[in-house]
Write a protein that binds this ligand. Structure first.
Ligand code: ADP
Ligand code: ZN
Length: 718
């Protein structure tokens, strides 16, 4: 039989079936050379030669076989992203220790004997057993619950009043109850929820854009769709962009369904991941809250996928298999007749266009829930503000913060720059400190007392002597980072409690989660945050948002810059005034007349999207044309470019479909960990067979030495 393995081979391998046979899709362990590797039975063997010459499958794993719909999904995803199948299989088999059977543990059940003497302690144990009859406990857990020593429990086992039983260590998930009462929805919300529920009940594929400003109740609405899926006996998946940030979210889900759902993210322990993988496969995990790779779990009966904050750039995986979880969610749902809900306050242009073309349904929530209204947004014209050198908080913003402090409300300052200062420069010769590995500028982190490269993570001490001109004591930080802004805020408001929220200031996701909860509970007056804070937290006391540099995202040549800035600014502003207190957002800018800034301030989204769409249409770029990037990398720049030139010269396959080719040119990230990266960009009209042409184009290329080629369909930056 033909087996797909996780090894980087471009074909299936033939093996002799194990005795007793096995299912199509079964997970197996097979010999490959001297090693044993993981694989999945993908089809019958070639059968054209003597099967006695074949090696045998060593073991059939004790997990549910991969379902045919999942195999088909992996195949389609591989075709779409031009990813080799073994890499797709690795993505779908990421539960570590998949090949180990679940570890066993001894639990206790009520035995059929009565104890000879029912002491007080023994009675307490049996009562505890009775009370939680449906659940399973180890001897220690039972002793703890009853408040007795383990010897009491052992005594009862000896007498047959309790008996031991071996079970797999995977604990079952508690049942979620879709019929617990949810919040009473407003008319708007109820109508949207009903439309989503109807989709789920249809049992067919469909995608819906659920658009609504932050705080309009999108989450409340889509949780009703989740309830409908659970009632229909189907599994649901909620994808979130930044899994570190779900403490509050999980609580909401728990409040709605009476129990915690399964969680899937890179921060989870091996044991926990393995448990989720198995339980999802058995259909026993009804609801998964996960990061993008949760799409590749082996659902038994997936009926609904929610993609929350669907526009978020972190849905695009930029390492290994390059895929966009939003698009893969739609593909996956189409293959298992599930519904997709794309939720956002500021949808991506792609989704906007699909809704416009009628491919997606669209539901709108127009007002914020309850008394809360969107904050009033104003530009602070930085050309007219008096600032001391190396300070970034304008007098206007400072007075607004002072007023909040006096009223016991919170202010949030947003600056999308980690570290203390983005540049370290020599005041004698003007040289900047760059990373030895990536050429990118090193960023000073006071907290670490070092410079750090944000591309590869390399760190080094701030040099005493300029590496360029050898003059001593002239290295100085230039520009603001979130840590430096924290110092400025502390100097302005020495009495305030200041919290700096930047991913690198916290050792773990858990520590960060906890800090966010403390802040939400009011344990800070001024919050300073990077992009991290833009996403989905409720800070009920927050009434002022100050954007330190609204122009930041507008620089650079990325065609998506306007879209990103618009989304980010709207989202950050949406943090203020969530409860009953009205909020205010101040955008510090040097170009208040810029069309994007004006669109943000006026809140006229439709106008912004229309203008942006017109520009993209004229340029023939996504979502109105299609693009793909070919990234070439290697340690020798000349060789990498040579390969690029060779590809560019042999572009017949591309010309056949009328595609345009740009490059080779340095990739947006031109050097990473000592490897040079060069990119070729392909642009073609919608509907052209892009993947097929690219596959033919790159097929003859066999990168030599440490050269690598990867394909990036629908690149994020172009
Ligand atoms: P979004 O997902 O659009 O940002 P949420 O669903 O998080 O909005 O709602 C914002 C806040 O308003 C939450 O605290 C939520 O519990 C509350 N809320 C929304 N709708 C209702 C409702 N119908 N009844 C009670 N509270 C609601
Ligand atoms: Zn680096």
């Amino acid at each position: 039989m033909a087996v797909l393995t996780t090894q980087p081979l471009d074909r299936l391998l033939d093996y002799r079936a194990p005795e007793g046979g096995c299912f199509l899709g079964a997970y197996v362990e097979v010999p490959l050379g001297p090693r044993k590797v993981l694989g999945v039975v993908w089809g019958p063997g070639a059968g054209d030669f003597d099967s006695s010459k074949l090696r045998s499958v060593t073991r059939v794993l004790d997990v549910a076989p991969m379902r045919s719909e999942m195999r088909a999904f992996l195949g389609k995803a591989a075709d779409y992203t031009l990813t080799p199948m073994p890499a797709m299989l690795r993505l779908a088999s990421r539960a570590p220790g998949l090949s180990d059977p679940p570890s066993m543990r001894k639990i206790l059940r009520r035995g059929d004997q009565e104890p000879d003497r029912l002491t007080d302690a023994r009675a307490r144990v049996l009562d505890a057993m009775e009370e939680f009859g449906g659940l399973a406990f180890t001897a220690k857990e039972l002793a703890d619950m009853a408040g007795v020593t383990p010897s009491v429990v052992k005594g009862l086992v000896k007498q047959g009043a309790l008996r031991e039983e071996e079970t797999p260590r995977d604990l079952p998930y508690p049942n979620l109850d879709p019929d617990l009462p949810g919040k009473a929805l407003t008319d708007d919300q109820a109508a949207a929820a009903a439309a989503l529920e109807e989709g789920v009940k249809s049992g067919a594929y469909g995608t819906t854009l659920l658009k609504g400003v932050t705080g309009s109740g999108k989450t409340e609405v889509y949780l009703e769709a989740v309830a409908a899926a659970l009632r229909a006996g189907r599994q649901a998946l909620v994808l979130l962009p930044e899994i570190a940030l779900t403490a509050e979210f999980l609580k909401r889900v728990e409040a709605r369904f009476g129990a915690t759902p399964a969680e899937w993210h890179s921060g989870a322990t091996m044991t926990e991941r393995r448990r989720v993988w198995r339980m999802v496969g058995q259909g026993k995990a009804q609801l998964v809250i996960g990061a993008r790779s949760a799409l590749f779990l082996p659902y038994r009966n997936l009926g609904l996928i929610i993609v929350d904050e669907e526009h978020d750039t972190s849905y695009k995986q930029e390492d290994g298999v390059l895929y966009n979880a939003r698009d893969m969610a739609v593909l996956r749902a189409a293959m298992c007749s599930a519904q997709v809900v794309l939720a956002s306050a500021t949808p991506s242009l792609e989704t906007w266009a699909n809704a416009d073309a009628g491919k997606y349904k669209r539901l709108d929530l127009t007002s914020r829930f309850g008394a809360s209204v969107l904050p009033e947004m104003r530009a602070v014209d930085m050309r007219a503000e008096d600032l001391l050198p190396s300070t970034w908080i304008s007098p206007t913003l400072k007075y607004a913060m002072k007023a909040r402090l006096e009223r016991g409300e919170q202010s949030l300052l947003f600056l999308n720059r980690r570290g203390f200062a983005p540049v370290t420069i020599c005041r004698a010769c003007g040289a900047q400190v760059a990373c030895d590995q990536c050429d990118s500028r090193m960023v000073e982190h006071r907290f670490l007392k070092r410079l750090m490269c944000h591309q590869c993570g390399e760190t080094k001490p701030v040099p005493e002597v300029c590496p360029s001109c050898q003059v001593e004591g002239k290295m100085a930080p230039v520009g603001p980072g979130i840590e430096r802004l924290g110092e400025e805020a502390a100097a302005l408001f020495p009495e305030a409690r200041i919290a700096v929220l930047s991913s690198d200031l916290f050792g773990s996701a858990r520590a960060l989660k906890q800090r966010i909860e403390e802040i939400a509970a009011g344990e800070a007056d001024i919050i300073l945050g990077t992009q991290l804070v833009a996403k989905g937290h409720n800070f009920p006391l927050l009434t002022l948002v100050g954007v330190i540099d609204a122009d930041l995202g507008l620089q650079g040549s990325d065609l998506r810059a306007a879209e990103r800035t618009f989304q980010l600014m709207r989202q950050v502003a949406g943090r203020a005034g969530r409860a009953e207190k009205p909020g205010e957002a101040l955008l510090q800018t040097f170009q208040p007349e810029h069309p994007v800034i004006r669109a943000i301030l006026s809140g006229d989204e439709e106008a912004f999207w229309k203008a942006e769409a017109a520009e993209r249409q004229a340029a023939g770029v996504p979502p109105f044309g299609r693009m793909a990037g070919i990234i070439l990398s290697g340690s020798d720049l000349a060789q990498v470019f040579d390969l690029g030139e060779t590809l560019a010269r042999n572009d017949g396959a591309l010309r056949q479909i009328g595609a345009q080719l740009f490059g080779p040119a340095p990739a947006p990230i031109a050097r990473v960990r000592g490897r040079h990266r060069v990119r070729l960009l392909v642009k073609v009209a919608k509907g052209a067979p892009l993947q097929e042409a690219i596959a033919r184009w790159i097929a003859p290329v066999r990168p030599k030495g440490d050269l690598r080629l990867s394909v990036d369909i629908d690149p994020q930056s172009f």
